[in-house]
Design a protein around this ligand. Structure first.
Ligand code: SF4
Length: 65
C-alpha cells in the first residue's frame, strides 16, 4: 500500500484523523493534513487508512495498492 495526499485540496475537516490517527495528523496552525505513514503495514492499519480516505470530504487521499 502507498498513500498519496493532495494538500492543496484539504479543507482541514479532520475526518481522516478521527478514524486513523496512526496515519493522518493535522498541522497545528491551519489544520491541513499531515501524512505520518505513507505505507502502513498490516491489515488493520491498512483498513483504517482506506477508511480515512473514504471519509475525506475533499477526496484528498489516494491509495495505491
Ligand atoms: S479528511 Fe480530508 S479534508 Fe479533512 S483533514 Fe483529512 S485530508 Fe483534509
Amino acid at each position: 500500500m502507498k498513500i498519496l495526499i493532495d494538500e492543496s485540496r484539504c479543507i482541514a475537516a479532520g475526518n481522516c484523523v478521527m478514524v486513523a490517527p496512526e496515519i493522518y495528523d493535522q498541522r497545528e496552525d491551519d489544520g491541513i493534513v499531515v501524512l505520518l505513514d505513507d505505507s502502513p503495514e498490516g491489515a488493520a492499519l491498512q483498513a483504517k487508512a482506506r477508511e480515512g480516505a473514504a471519509i475525506c470530504p475533499s477526496k484528498v487521499v489516494t491509495i495505491l495498492d
